[in-house]
Design a protein around this ligand. Structure first.
Ligand code: ZN
Length: 263
């Protein structure tokens, strides 16, 4: 009796990461629209003539055919839909790409995150255009927090729920939002948040991308936005996000292309 043929299925996927496995195989972590995050095995990818290898680099958007296996499903076919080439060729874009992939990985466990697939895909496409990076990356951070149930409170005080004017707001990273003047004495570890930082974050959280991307962002403002958002992303993920530090380092040395068409 011959063994039963394995069940095979096709899916679109975004490759989040990969790691070495037994022999010439690798474990490929993918995000799919139906399952969310899952680990799968690509056999023979370390061999020179592998037809899979070129399609499974982190950040690749691809069509996959997988065979169901007892533990990890096995990738049988892979075809690249987009490799986001422009992002691969610019250090700032590439580091941002790695950062958004790491965020998705840190904010999901196996079998969750299917609702992050389309937002991630849109983010990779916008990132590849290389403009308005501030709105692209911080908008995506806020989307992840929203979808995973950590929506930061940017309009109401996290303690008394009163609406807070951006001029008088304090910031609580661990509380995930702003604190009004009356409540600041009862919430530990608050700091002042600059009105313009809060205003931009509110826009990134609630405006459509096409509008928020038109806000002009200078490098000083971007540094503050990054500090607030990276702090929040690390605090809620409850672990370190390595590429966030790298991103901050690089952004100090690179001129960000933001607010194109605006002074
Ligand atoms: Zn309050």
């Amino acid at each position: 009796m011959s063994p039963r043929a394995p069940r095979v299925y096709s899916t679109r996927a975004i490759v989040l990461g990969q790691r070495e496995f037994v022999e010439a195989a690798k474990v490929i972590t993918i995000l799919t629209p139906d399952v969310g995050k899952q680990d799968s095995v690509a056999k023979g990818v370390l061999k020179p003539k592998s037809r899979l290898a070129g399609h499974l680099e982190p950040g690749t958007y691809c069509d996959l055919e997988l065979a169901v296996a007892k533990n990890l499903d096995i990738i049988r076919e892979a075809q690249t839909i987009s490799r986001f080439r422009a992002s691969q060729q610019n250090l700032m874009q590439l580091t941002t790409l790695i950062y958004v992939l790491e965020l998705v990985d840190k904010y999901t466990v196996d079998g969750t995150g299917s609702d992050l697939f389309e937002p991630l895909l849109v983010t990779l496409e916008r990132l590849d255009r290389g403009i308005n990076l501030s709105a692209v990356v911080h908008g995506f951070e806020l989307t992840i927090l929203e979808i995973t149930g950590f929506r930061p409170s940017l309009d109401q005080c996290i303690h008394c729920l009163s609406s807070v004017d951006s001029v008088k707001a304090n910031w609580s990273q661990d509380g995930g939002g702003i604190v009004c003047e009356r409540c600041v004495s009862v919430i530990p570890d608050t700091s002042l948040i600059e009105p313009r930082v809060l205003k931009v974050l509110r826009a990134y959280q609630s405006w459509p991308y096409e509008e928020s991307a038109r806000i002009a962002i200078d490098s000083n403002l971007e540094a503050q936005l990054s500090r607030v958002m990276h702090g929040l992303m690390k605090a809620f993920a409850e672990r370190d996000i390595k590429s966030a530090d790298l991103l901050e380092e690089i952004s100090w040395r690179n001129e960000l292309s933001n607010g194109r068409g605006m002074s």
